[in-house]
Design a protein around this ligand. Structure first.
Ligand code: AGP
Length: 604
């Protein structure tokens, strides 16, 4: 996923473009660039690496003007270097792009008389428009006709040398918003990019394109018909994405979880009636199967929810990783409910799965953190998690809010199926209401976990083990460690290790065991003993009762607040988040923007 920002107005724009790029850097950060119309002449500067490299380049080679576009990249085609950095230029045309142009090789072939200088798919857009201008088409026609030749996904901004202050933009498959200012118009990949500039956003719809001038904007649909789109007032403003006193966004977002979980609960639980309170359109009465589809961390939330929906509501659940779902030709029925789980609401494979189900007549819901996202707009039911902007690439508060929402939705499903006794409903609702306090107590363990992370961060490999609904938390703990500390780790069902992977256990192999004192505790401890007897170095994440039972068998024990079995996976998550975070900090990696990653993967 890349970040785009553009401004056309009556005052200089370079500094504000760079500031916007910094707010977009979580979307991709392997190179960046700015292009300006300075008295109708395009000037461009680009740099490999983080935004600070671009700032240094602009310090040495300043450019400015009243119209400009800028871009921060997560490479899809072409290595991350200056040549492949956006904006891309051809003749009079300069463009920034987020997405993938699938037919870029055909277009290169068609324009073989052009000289292509980069390895990117994006560059073909500039050449297409430049070719149309050279054929005598006026800019607006050159732009709209070139769009029709593109196949794939794009959100793009484009300026033309020799033209007045104007930005051409378009959206197909990747999100793009117009910002409305005072004698200024803006373009941005998301609300965060424009948070310092305006609160008045217009989200372009699929196939829309637009022309921005300092005084106006005109929007056209895929058939080039002039259309109007609603203005959304975005709350939160600049504070939306500030680190405050935290060293990293990830730590801030870990510490926000008592509050964000509370906010999520308010959407799905009636705290006074002690009852689930689902949106009326989310009715499980006639649903006989739930399909949960997501990627990465979000998919682990789905895996936990499978235990809940089946054990509490008695509804069969299929959990699929999105990149496989549509290709396995799943058997679908009209009595199924598809739920996409996605923090960004833009992940390409998850969106494709949602569209696949919708096209096959299945009712769709999207559990998202961004209610203006494509999934929220395209699903039959949009379900907010209300976790607030998550800037750290490693997902933390969104994950626990996804789990919280799914837990509450499970109770609503059980009630609609008539399978939840009043006593059990009361117990489970109470466990949810108590949970934010327990998360806050779990955060008190930060210092103890940081101390353990010091040795843990020296590992080259690590295992995470769990049973039952702790298995997906073992997967999540391993992923957190991998993606921010670059230590290889695997999550495993504890009972599975002896079927092969135990061969990897040797003296000192770190093994994190997730074992609250529940019905599976004894079995999990047996598995712990199997690896201890082969030299493993254990970190046990348990609760008071678990610690009493284990005695002095294990040196490193993290004693979490005692939680109901139902909410235990959310509580143990706090420990694995902090363990990964402090390990990465000890190793000095870029915690908020780990190498090779981007916050949301909007390409397949
Ligand atoms: C989580 O830490 C990762 N950054 C990644 O697995 C992420 O959860 C996944 O890409 C899904 O993103 P989404 O929730 O925005 O769809």
């Amino acid at each position: 996923m890349c970040g785009i920002i553009g401004i056309t107005g009556t005052s200089v724009v370079t500094d504000r473009l760079v500031d916007g790029l910094k707010r977009l850097e979580y979307r991709g950060y392997d190179s960046s660039g700015v292009a300006i119309l300075d008295d109708r002449v395009i000037k461009r500067e680009r740099a490999e690496g983080k935004i600070k490299m671009l700032e240094a380049r602009l310090g040495a080679h300043p450019i400015d003007g009243q119209t400009g576009i800028a871009h921060t990249r997560w490479a899809t085609h072409g290595v991350p270097n200056e040549t492949n950095a956006h904006p891309h230029l051809s003749g009079r045309v300069c463009v920034v792009h987020n997405g993938i142009i699938e037919n870029f090789l055909d277009i290169r072939q068609e324009l073989s008389h052009h000289e292509f200088v980069s390895e990117t798919d994006t560059e073909v857009i500039a050449h297409l428009v430049d070719e149309a201008l050279s054929a005598g088409l006026p800019p607006i026609d050159a732009f709209s006709q070139s769009l029709k030749k593109l196949k794939g996904a794009y959100a793009l901004g484009l300026i033309i040398d020799g033209e007045d202050n104007r930005i051409f933009c378009a959206r197909a498959g990747s999100p793009l918003a117009i910002g409305v200012g005072e004698n200024e118009m803006y373009l941005g990949s998301d609300a965060l990019a424009l948070a310092q500039l305006t609160s008045n956003l217009i989200y372009l719809e699929e196939g829309d394109w637009a022309v921005l001038t300092p005084e106006s904007y005109e929007i056209f649909d895929v058939n080039d018909k002039a259309v109007t789109r609603p203005v959304t007032i975005i709350s939160g403003g600049p504070a939306m994405a500030e680190k405050g006193n935290y060293r990293h966004f990830m730590l801030k977002e870990i510490y926000e979880q008592p509050e964000t979980i509370t906010r999520t609960l308010e959407n799905y639980i009636d705290e006074f009636k002690h009852a689930p309170n689902l949106p009326h359109e989310l009715d499980f009465t006639d649903i006989d199967r739930i399909i949960l589809v997501a990627c990465g961390t979000a998919s682990y939330a789905g895996m936990v929810a499978k235990y809940w929906f089946e054990q509490i509501a008695g509804i069969p659940v299929d959990v699929d990783i999105a990149s496989e779902f549509r290709y396995r030709q799943p058997v679908l029925s009209q009595k199924a409910l598809f739920i996409a789980i996605s923090q960004s609401g833009e992940t390409a494979d998850t969106l494709a799965a949602l569209r696949y189900c919708k096209n096959n007549g299945v009712k769709t819901a999207a559990l998202v953190n961004v209610m203006t996202s494509t999934m929220a707009r395209e699903a039959d039911i949009a379900l907010p998690i209300n976790a607030g902007p998550e800037i750290g690439v490693a997902s933390t508060k969104a994950f626990t809010s996804q789990l919280t929402a799914l837990a509450a939705i499970t109770l609503g499903a059980a009630v609609s199926k008539g399978v939840l006794s009043a006593a059990r409903q009361e117990a489970l609702i109470k466990s949810l209401i108590k949970m934010p306090r327990q998360v806050k107590d779990a955060l008190e363990l930060d210092g103890a976990i940081e101390a353990m992370a010091f040795d843990f961060s020296k590992a080259k490999n690590a295992f995470y083990l769990g049973r039952g609904s702790q298995v997906p938390i073992a997967f999540e703990g391993a992923l957190k460690l991998k993606e921010i500390s670059y230590i290889h780790a695997e999550g495993y069902a504890a009972g599975e290790l002896k079927h092969g992977p135990i061969a990897l256990i040797e003296d000192g192999t770190p093994v994190v065991v997730l074992a609250p004192f529940d019905a599976l505790f004894e079995k999990t401890i047996s598995n712990l003993q199997e690896v201890v007897s082969r030299g493993a170095s254990i970190i046990l994440i348990t609760d008071v009762a678990g610690a009493q039972h284990i005695g002095d068998m294990v040196k490193n024990i993290i004693i979490m607040p005692t939680a109901h079995d139902f909410t235990a996976p959310i509580i143990t998550t706090i420990a694995v988040q902090l363990l990964a975070y402090h390990s990465a900090v000890h190793l000095g990696t870029d915690v908020d923007q780990p190498r090779n990653l981007a916050k949301s993967v909007t390409v397949e």
